[in-house]
Design a protein around this ligand. Sequence first.
Ligand code: PEP
Ligand code: CO
Length: 444
Amino acid sequence: MNLPLIDLAGRPAVQQPTWPDPLALEAARQELSALPPLVFAGECDLLTERMAAAARGEAFVLQGGDCAEVFAETNADAIRAKIKTLLQMAVVLTYGAQMPVVKVGRMAGQFGKPRSSGDETVDGVSLPSYRGDAVNGLEFTEAARRPNPERLVEAYHRASATLNLMRAFTQGGYADLRQVHEWNKDFVRESTAGERYEQIAQDIEKALAFMRACGIDGESFRRVEFYSGHEALLLDYELPLTRIDSRTERIYDVSAHFLWVGERTRQLDGAHVEFASKIHNPIGVKLGPTTTPEQAAELVERLDPNGVPGRLSLITRMGAGKVRDLLPALVEKVSTTGHDVVWICDPMHGNTIEAAGGQKTRRFDDVVDEVRGYFEVHRGLGSHPGGMHIELTGDDVTECTGGAEGLKDHDLGSRYETACDPRLNRQQALELSFLAAEMLAPVS
Ligand code: PEP
Ligand code: CO
């Protein structure tokens, strides 16, 4: 048996599945540990450099993708639509911020989910909760809900296929800046809210025409750096994919470029924080409304012990009604530690409500309001609003209400497809990027 590189003994690991068959689990872990890395140490280091720019106030980070990726959606259309949406958002944000946008897909590994309860009860029947496709199936049957470690291996292969397409799309000319701008023009033309965004689209058009006239038409138009990220939740997946880089002898989690610790697993003496502190990838930690300034500062010391700029992102998810009250104390306390962290806003997870029909939903206006509050707080304190972390899809789903199309509670049933939390659809995601671009615009 290969011993894991990171010793988590004595560190409680919450939110882990109860695997019914230990031998099958060990076989899956062995198989994973023999498979090639999905990402390389050098790529992770480059992302840390990019994140450092965001920590210095010279870049903006866009992270986005499904709440839970599902195996059945590992197809070219769904992956392309997500990448297309993220690239479109990034162009708008680049223009708004007048700085580079670091693009990180919440993709190619987001197959595990923390749950508020270990069981789900429907009509008096209790079964294990769905913990993501890497663990069990969403269908409410005993067979589907039984945790199956073979799914960990399948998650690796699905992640590998997704990453391959991500690399091909972003390196092979598909993501040409002019093409992405054409898609944005289509959005402005077709969207009900289009008029409001026409000015930005026209300004980008002019900037592109100017660059063309100057003969600026290099490789940077045709290729984009695009990174992968997911929550480092399932330690039976992450540990076997943790390797030593032969060049530097440092430890990296080679399942993704960027890994984050979730709100439910960020205990200071827990296994997830220990794991994240030992890997050299750029990492994040979610901070919800119960986080005290002291806890935030302690997490910063634990997760970025060497004070490497860009290593650590603090992804705040307070809720629209709380961000203005709670965020300032965290920012002020963390600034006293002297660490250069990236402050990222997750305007999704503090704004989940139940719709009249019982579905989990989010109001588009709440999402926008949290982003607005986050900008206000950072501007007020002189810290850099360094990025956004969004649950979105490239398709026309109906999971969040509001936005230019004015989706209402009673519309949610028509295309409610998420396996977990409600995602912004393509239109809502693009609209958010135009609104955030307005907030980002340097004050002249
Ligand atoms: C998530 O990002 O899907 C999630 C569960 O978030 P959090 O850890 O912030 O609750
Ligand atoms: Co979620």
